[in-house]
Design a protein around this ligand. Sequence first.
Ligand code: NAD
Length: 309
Amino acid sequence: RLESYGFIGLGQMGYQMAKNLQAKLSPNDSIKLFDLNDTVSQRLVEEMRTSQAGGAAVELAVGLHDAAKDSDVVITVLPGPSQVKSVYRGISSVGLPKKDRLYIDCSTIDPSSSRSVATSIAEADQGQLVDAPMSGGVVGATNGTLTFMLGAPNDLVPRVEPILLRMGKRVLHCGAQGLGLSAKLANNYLLAINNIATAEAMNLGVRLGLDPKTLANVINVSTGRCWPSEVNNPVAGVVEGAPASRNYEGGFSVDLMLKDLNLAIVAAHQTNTQIHLGGRAKRVYELTNREDRKGKDFSVVYKFISSDK
Ligand code: NAD
C-alpha cells in the first residue's frame, strides 16, 4: 500500500538512513526530506532521483510542517534534546491536520524530554511518538546494519519494526515509550567508564613492563574483558583496524561520548540515582578533548592518560 514518509535531520546518520529507507520503499510510496541545511537536503534529493536503486518518489519539503502534514510516518534524526523539542514544536505550530501518524525519533536524548514530546503529540491528536535510538555509528547507518533500541507500546511494535529494518538489522524492543532511550543511555554510561578503565589498566601494565599485546591477550580471556579491551583497544597496534591504530581517526568522537554521558548524568539526577563515576569520567573526557586529541575517537583518552603528569 502507498505510504508517505517525512524524514527530518539529514546529518551524518540521517543522510545515510534516509538513503537506505528510500531505496527499500516501493515506487508507490513517497518520502519528503527536510534539514535546516538546505544544501544537504537538495544534494540528497538529487542523489536519490538519479540513483539506479529506484525506490520511493522523493520531494524536498519546504519546512518542518510540510515534511509532516501528509505523512503517515515521520522520522527524526537530530543532535540533542533542544533540537528535538524545537522540531516537534515547529511541526505542530501551524495546526497540523489530525491523523494517526507514527513519529519515530532516532535521536539520542534523555527519556524525560522524549516523553514530554510524546505527550504533546498524543494530546494534540496527531499520532504517536516512539523512541528508537541507535548504535552502529556512521558505518552502520551507511551499510544499513544499525541496531535500534525501541521504546514503544507492544501494539505498535509490528508497525515500527519493518520500517526500522529498512535502515538497520536489529530492533530490540525495550518496553514502553522512553525505555529505548533508557537502555541506550545506560549502555553508553557503561561504555564511557569501561573505555577509561581500559586505558588506565593498559597504561598501568605498560608502565609495569608488560608488552601491550600480551596484556590485552590476558585481559581478553580474563574477567576484565570488555568491548574497549577487545574490539576498540586504546593502545596503537593492539587491534589492527581499531581507531588507535590509525591515530584515533574515525570511530566515535569524544564530543559524542561527552554528549551521551551528560544525558546519562541528567537522567540519574532526575531519578535520584547514585552514580559515583560519571562526574569523574566527564572531567577526564573534557581534559582529553583538547589540543591534538580534539574530535578524535574516544579511545584517544589513552593518549591523555599515558602522558606524564
Ligand atoms: P549531525 O549533527 O551530523 O546531524 C544532525 C542534523 O540535524 C544536521 O544535518 C542538522 O542540520 C539537522 N538539524 C539540526 N536542527 C534542526 C532543525 N531544527 N530542523 C531540521 N534539521 C535540523 O548528527 P548525527 O551524527 O547524524 O547524529 C544524530 C543523532 O544520532 C544524535 O542524537 C547522535 O547522538 C545519534 N547517534 C550518532 C551516532 C554517530 O556515530 N554519529 C551514533 C549513534 C547515535
